[in-house]
Design a protein around this ligand. Structure first.
Ligand code: NCD
Length: 324
């Protein structure tokens, strides 16, 4: 036994790989993953039992609150006929409450299951868990302000589904670019493809860290920081709105002063949007998109985008377990 595949890059082979960052992926890897989605959609639509993950157990251990990531990983494993061990809020409900370290927790659960999906408030915690786990793959379900790779993979899929490509796109990313891990993974993903332009709309306090801005820019993606809705380009293919990450602020007064600067209303969409774009959000939203926009034909956050989350997670787990 032992992790059979210790290379960090996916490099065309998902089997036994940890999934920590979008930096592990090439366009070819993303293509392989996307090629499995029609099968996952069929399985999802079909109420018959599926045995792809027969005999497999996946542990979900989430040190931070979650609805979609937790729920969709749980559903994804069950759709494929596998089973889950589920621990939410281990700080309260597990030996973590007694002072157990992350290292011990990971080593214990790897004795019980075939994959661990972890969400943790500290950036780098998923990589740390992967370094500790000697036998089974670790999947990053969000590590603090770091990354959220599975979210970005289905965000990319949602864009691909609409436009049939992931290059030559113009997007607007809005909200908390500093702390939003979904943003950090999505920019990495879009950087893999040529000729993408991203307009980064936020108050100055919530811009990307300077180091991140220059590292991403070096990858060839064009990043344009804007701080007024008047600078939103009329030709954007997608808007990706995010909430301001309240839990990352030490001073709540600062949060109050920067939250909800750009609220998508029907009027806002009419003024700055176009007919062919899509409006995305990783959710949860806390006021930055009003419900009056939910039924607009361009809004995909409660429909296609969310559904794709389960399909991408089904395909990913099946691939890292070598079952498809
Ligand atoms: C995101 C997260 O946890 O980073 N939620 C999610 O998984 N869809 C976004 C957020 O919390 O704002």
């Amino acid at each position: 036994m032992g992790k059979t595949n210790k290379n960090w890059q996916i490099n065309g082979n998902f089997k036994s790989k940890d999934i920590i960052s979008l930096d592990q992926f090439s366009t070819k890897d993303i293509e392989i993953l996307f090629s499995k989605i029609p099968l996952m959609k069929d399985i999802g639509a079909n109420a018959k039992p599926c045995n792809i993950l027969d005999g497999n157990i996946v542990t979900l251990i989430f040190y931070e609150p979650s609805s979609r990531t937790f729920g969709s990983f749980s559903a994804a494993v069950k759709q494929l006929g596998g089973q889950t061990v589920e621990i939410q809020n281990p700080q309260q409900f597990s030996s973590v409450a007694k002072g157990e370290t992350l290292a011990d927790t990971i080593r214990v659960f790897e004795a019980y299951c075939d994959v661990i999906v972890i969400r943790h408030p500290n950036k780098g915690a998923a990589q740390k868990a992967a370094d500790i786990a000697g036998f089974i793959p670790i999947v990053n379900g969000g590590d603090g302000v770091g990354e959220h790779p599975t979210q970005a993979l289905y965000d990319l899929y949602t864009i691909y589904e609409k436009f049939g490509r992931l290059d030559n796109l113009t997007g607007v990313l809005a909200g908390d670019l500093l702390n939003g891990r979904t943003i950090h993974s999505l920019i990495r993903g879009l950087s893999l493809y040529p000729n993408n332009n991203l307009y980064l709309l936020s108050p100055k306090e919530l811009r990307l860290k300077k180091g991140d801005f220059s590292n991403f820019s070096k990858k060839g993606i064009k990043l344009i920081e804007i701080s007024s809705d008047k600078d939103i380009p009329k030709n954007a293919d997608f808007w990706y709105w995010t909430r301001v990450q309240k839990e990352r602020f030490k001073n709540i007064a600062v949060y109050e002063s920067v939250k909800n600067k750009f609220i998508v209303t029907a009027q806002f969409l009419k003024e700055h949007g176009n007919k062919n774009m899509i409006l995305m959000h990783p959710l949860p939203r806390v006021g930055e998109i009003l419900p009056e926009v939910d039924n607009d034909y361009r809004s995909v956050y409660l429909t296609r985008q969310t559904r794709n989350g389960m399909y991408i997670r089904m395909a990913l787990i099946a691939l890292i377990l070598g079952k498809i």
